[in-house]
Design a protein around this ligand. Structure first.
Ligand code: GLU
Length: 386
């Protein structure tokens, strides 16, 4: 049996909605869906991650993009989502295939059980020959619990379905080494290490394209999972096949030659920091030999995490060392690490090894991973719990 090549495509709002009128750009959708139909015939399984719901709903709620607050966007998404999906449904029929909607929130990626459930749904749709169209469920997500950008959401989907290819369609030709409007700006056509350009995308007038940072973060996540990623302009006659056939200029982010496995990938790539631990100098030095992280190794902690959330592990200078799944919730962890003079069994009321993170549930942060900055620790070493 031939295994189909899996391709995740992310399409930005600017391609789907007219910037002034905030109405659908059907001509673009037709070019896109025509190209997807072509790829399906060639043996690709395509998963589309489409933005545009908020943009297409703003008129109805009487807002302009620059003035819309969270609540306006939630309402706009509720209005725009069926409009967007109906358009895809109809254009899909024109090209002879069916689409289905999968709306997700942060927890569907960050909670491993929900991650696997979502994967089953997407796989089942693909098995039925239906193209999943994925988006964030913006109507019910608030600032604290939203992914916020579809670039990283699409990268997570690419990891989830073990996609071989990932195309991010946007309104520029790819990543430039400086603001594309500056003289001498050059398109980066091949990219191995996105960290070389991360700082440039954060600056105000360096790269011009506001969304390039999340695109690079997304590319990094996909690369590490062994997925070749392309950042390309969507305004082309054949927006996808021209990229895959190397017929036009774009940024190609080479897949890592030693990709992480599914579990390591899931542990390493976070969308939100649930919590963090700071280790003693000795424990930090010994960590390269592997875990577990015992309560005796922890100097301080941050975050209101639950058991099963992934924690970021730092040394005392703020360098991120590892990420790992916590065996305890924040409350128990706090009790364990700030009362080291008392036996763990006595503190928790049950028998325990007091290993906050087990070795098999931990992944070391390497050069290939983009480190996260250490949060401001709210608690101080030695602080005691009443
Ligand atoms: N989920 C948003 C929408 O559908 C888009 C988020 C993004 O542009 O990255 O409108």
């Amino acid at each position: 049996m031939n295994k189909k090549t899996r391709l995740v495509v992310k399409v930005g709002s600017g391609l789907l909605a007219n910037a002034d009128r905030l109405t659908p750009r059907f001509a673009f959708m037709q070019r896109l869906m025509d190209d997807i139909a072509r790829l399906r015939d060639e043996g690709y399984d395509v998963i589309l991650c489409s933005s545009g719901a908020v943009a297409l709903g703003l008129n109805a709620v009487g807002c302009r993009p620059e003035d819309a607050g969270v609540n306006d966007k939630q309402a706009a998404a509720a209005f725009g989502m069926p409009l967007l999906l109906n358009a895809y449904k109809q254009v899909g029929h024109e090209f002879g295939f069916e689409i289905a909607q999968v709306l997700l929130t942060l927890g569907d990626f960050e909670d491993h059980r929900r991650f696997l459930n979502t994967r089953n749904t997407v796989n089942r749709l693909l098995k039925a020959g239906i193209m999943p169209i994925v988006n964030e469920n913006d109507s019910i997500t608030t600032e604290e619990i939203r992914v916020g950008d579809n670039d990283r959401l699409a990268a997570k989907i690419a990891q989830m379905v073990e996609a071989e290819r990932f195309i991010i369609l946007t309104q520029v030709d790819g990543l430039y080494d400086r603001n594309p409007s500056e003289p001498g700006a050059t398109l980066v056509e091949e990219l191995r290490d996105v960290s070389e350009y991360i700082d440039a995308t954060k600056g105000k007038s360096t790269l011009g394209t506001g969304g390039m940072l999340t695109k690079l973060q997304a590319a990094n996540m996909a690369q590490n999972a062994g997925c070749e990623t392309y950042i390309a302009n969507g305004e082309a006659e054949h927006p996808l096949t021209s990229v895959l056939n190397g017929e036009r200029r774009c940024t190609r982010c080479i897949a890592h030659e030693r990709p992480d496995g599914m579990w390591q990938t899931w542990l390493a790539d976070r969308l939100q920091m649930a919590g963090s631990l700071v280790l003693t100098d000795d424990a930090a030095a010994a960590l390269s030999e592997g875990g577990p992280i015992h309560r005796d190794h922890v100097v301080s902690m941050d975050g209101e995490f639950s058991r099963g959330d992934v924690l970021h592990i730092y040394d005392q200078t703020g360098t991120e060392l590892a990420r790992g799944l916590s065996d305890f919730g924040a409350e128990e962890t706090r009790v364990l690490i700030y009362n080291k003079e008392l036996p763990a069994d006595q503190l928790l009321g049950y028998q325990t090894h007091a290993e906050i993170i087990r070795n098999e549930n931990m992944v070391m942060v390497e050069d290939r991973h983009l480190p996260w900055e250490t949060p401001q620790m709210s608690e101080t070493p030695g602080e005691s719990v009443r």
